[in-house]
Design a protein around this ligand. Structure first.
Ligand SMILES: Nc1ncnc2c1ncn2[C@@H]1O[C@H](COP(=O)(O)OP(=O)(O)OP(=O)(O)O)[C@@H](O)[C@H]1O
Ligand code: SF4
Ligand SMILES: [Mg+2]
Length: 326
């Protein structure tokens, strides 16, 4: 499969203390490292799940991919073409849709649905032909009747509003959709409805998805590959089914073990993560997960683990990760 998006050794640092710092003390502000050594690719028609506790850097990664957050180093390519210049990101945003953490709140309350779903054409100055006709087509794609075009956002149900957000995301026929918590805050039945819609569109339009979520059960159900982040680094990435069946990084194992299980005897308390996430200002030495890892050894406290290959397309950043027997 060809890659739609390629990221290699991406690093994102932000200046601490804001823009005033250099003027106050006369030298460059210290920088906080948010993302480090991120290497990842999303194939055409693939759905990638990005998981990790709050503050692990998932949204920052999505923003950096779209050029909304500057990269300090590393390279990114969209369909093989390098990203970096302003023009390259403008062209990218035309072909990539970002669904925010609370997409419904981002719908302007004074615009009718018909105008909302076709607004991307106006923003990107793209010809859309007959606006009413285009709105009807987009609403049809997400399974909504044409009459909804006349309504305002507050007149929609939760499920309808999400569908409008998806229609809006699809307006310019993107190649890649970055969806940040696409089902957060929805009832279980509406969650299923939105996910079915997204996977149907993926098959029909050969879209690629990056789905950011805390909901592991959902990620397991709808993604082909999964990437797990801790303190701004990828600690494991691989095929979803294999990673869930046999996670190789203790952090991945802990996240999976923390998922509610219908059979309490299957709960793995020995895998539970201990303590709090360390501050980005005081990254632990050695393996950054050692302060919470149930399997940490003395070596882990001093030596940072490299990414180790488990099998083709599957890697884990842990001293104990062994390759799959061939
Ligand atoms: N503009 C910023 N300035 C300073 N720190 C930031 C900025 N944006 C993000 N951060 C920090 O970067 C880290 C990663 O944040 P990010 O929002 O990417 O996490 P996340 O994985 O999306 O979390 P959540 O699951 O809660 O959405 C956090 O520690 C956050 O405080
Ligand atoms: S390297 Fe050590 S501390 Fe880090 S995840 Fe592996 S076992 Fe745990
Ligand atoms: Mg986030």
């Amino acid at each position: 499969m060809t890659a739609v998006f390629d990221i290699e050794a991406l690093q994102v640092d932000l200046p601490l203390g804001g823009a005033l710092w250099p003027r106050l003390i006369g030298k460059a502000a210290p920088r906080l490292n948010i993302l480090s050594d991120i290497t990842l690719s999303i194939a055409s028609g693939e759905s990638l799940g990005l998981v990790g506790e709050s503050g692990s850097g998932k949204t920052t990664l999505a923003r950096a991919m779209l050029g909304l957050m500057p990269a300090s180093s590393g390279t990114m390519r969209f369909e093989g073409a390098p990203l970096g210049s302003r023009a390259s990101f403008t062209a990218l945003r035309r072909q990539t849709a970002l669904m925010f953490q609370d997409p419904v709140a981002s719908l302007s309350p004074r615009m009718r649905v018909g105008a909302l779903v076709t607004e991307p054409f106006v923003i990107h100055r793209e010809p859309m032909g007959n606006r009413r006709e285009r709105a009807r087509e987009l609403l049809e794609t997400v399974g909504l009747p044409a009459a909804i075009a006349e309504r305002f956002p507050h007149e929609l149900s939760g499920g309808q509003a999400r569908r409008v957000c998806v229609a809006r995301a699809l307006a310019l026929t993107p190649r890649l959709v970055l969806a940040d918590e696409p089902t957060a805050g929805l009832d279980v039945s509406v969650q299923g409805e939105v996910l079915n819609l997204m996977s149907g569109l993926r098959d029909r339009l050969n879209l690629s998805f990056m789905i950011i979520s805390h909901n592991l059960a959902m990620v397991r159900h709808v993604t082909d590959r999964i990437a797990i982040m801790y303190l701004g680094r990828l600690v494991e990435s691989g095929p979803t089914a294999q990673v869930f069946a046999n996670p190789r990084h203790p952090y991945t194992a802990s996240l999976i073990a923390a998922e509610p299980h219908p059979d309490p005897r299957r709960r793995r308390d020995d895998l539970a993560i201990k303590g709090e996430i360390p501050s980005l200002l005081q990254r632990p030495a050695g393996c950054e997960f050692h302060t919470r890892c149930p399997r940490a050894t003395d070596r882990c406290r001093v030596e940072p683990p490299a990414l180790r290959a488990i099998a083709p397309g599957w890697q884990a950043r842990c001293h104990l990760a062994e390759p799959e027997p061939t």
